[in-house]
Design a protein around this ligand. Structure first.
Ligand SMILES: Nc1nc2c(ncn2[C@@H]2O[C@H](COP(=O)(O)OP(=O)(O)OP(=O)(O)O)[C@@H](O)[C@H]2O)c(=O)[nH]1
Ligand SMILES: [Mg+2]
Length: 299
């Protein structure tokens, strides 16, 4: 399957729920207050969020006025453009190498799987990859990650269960330097005994990377689960306070009809929307592209 068809098939539930509703909105009718109310309802039910929806509607209204549009069917292209422009504000700058990516997020969102997929992606780009298994909390975390590392023959550094996570990261950085690696991917725990422990551990890991590997371009990528919708926004804020995020990856968009929340995530404004996950296999991690995303969710 090509890139765009994988995206479309991954987002098919979101697309279906939107296009069914759009049928009744973008008709040949005159634009009136009911139209805006219905559109507002549809955008909010796709999980775009109230403030972003309001922003979209205000922009739509002002363009309708400026372009003197009369029929609702003329607004669909406009709506697509407005949403694309919001997403474009968060386009991801290109990576430079060596590159360090610290992957964080609450438990079960898809961090380890995303690292596996990233290892594949960078290997395909002929980059030399080192993986740090710094989730030393969960017993099976290491085995899961090693499978992904072995698949692409990436160097894998981990520690015993309960080992100091930042020591694992220290070792992995030494290995990356000595092997002249291009990319180091750091997996972290999603859960420790309590939340403040987790944040303290992530901060400690974060500092090790800045201190030991200043020559690397350093990214802090949060993974959020696309099926959790609005809750993702508070996770982003929480982890940003702890480590200072740079990038976002939204996983499991294949399992939701509310993919619209990606628009709201983008509208938070500060972070590069870097990747989306649309399935469990190695090639199901896609570089986020604003235009393709909007094309994939609109009819
Ligand atoms: N459908 C779908 N499933 C995904 C995607 N990404 C991850 N998963 C699944 O989500 C589950 C959890 O993934 P993990 O990678 O273990 O999540 P994690 O964040 O590392 O979890 P912890 O280490 O326990 O915090 C697994 O069953 C993955 O296969 C995706 O894009 N789509
Ligand atoms: Mg994990």
């Amino acid at each position: 399957m090509g890139f765009f068809s994988r995206l479309v098939s991954g987002l098919k539930n979101t697309k279906k729920s939107l296009s069914e509703k759009f049928k009744y909105i973008f008709t040949g009718n005159e634009i009136d207050e009911d139209f805006f109310e219905e559109l507002e309802y549809v955008l909010i039910s796709a999980d775009i969020g109230t403030s972003t929806t309001e922003e979209i509607l205000n922009e739509l209204k002002s363009q309708i006025k400026a372009k003197k549009l009369k029929k609702t069917e003329d607004c669909k292209v406009l709506l697509k453009e407005i949403i694309t422009n919001i997403l474009l504000e968060n386009e991801s700058p290109k990576f430079t190498y060596p590159l360090a990516i610290l992957v964080v997020g609450v438990n079960g969102v898809g961090k380890t799987t995303t690292i596996g997929k990233l290892a594949q992606k960078f290997t395909d780009m002929k980059k030399k990859v080192v993986i740090a298994g710094a989730d030393t909390f969960r017993a099976a975390a290491g085995d899961q990650l090693k499978v992904w590392a072995d698949r692409v023959k990436a160097k894998y550094i981990s520690g015993e269960q309960g080992a100091d996570a930042s020591a694992v990261v220290f070792d992995a950085i030494s290995s990356a330097k000595s092997k002249d690696a291009d990319v180091i991917l750091i997996d972290t725990a999603g859960r420790l005994h309590n939340k403040s422990n987790l944040m303290a551990e992530l901060q400690k890991i974060g500092k090790v990377v800045s201190r030991e590997y200043p020559e690397a371009e350093y990214h802090k990528l949060i993974v959020v689960d696309g099926t959790t919708g609005q809750n993702a926004m508070s996770q982003v804020k929480l982890f940003d306070e702890a480590v200072g995020l740079t990038d976002i990856c939204v996983t499991k968009l294949d399992g939701t009809s509310k993919g619209g929340f990606v628009v709201e995530l983008a509208n938070m404004g500060e972070f590069a929307l870097r990747y989306i996950g649309v399935g469990e296999s190695a090639d199901d991690l896609l570089d986020f592209d604003a235009k393709d995303f909007v094309d994939a969710i609109f009819e």
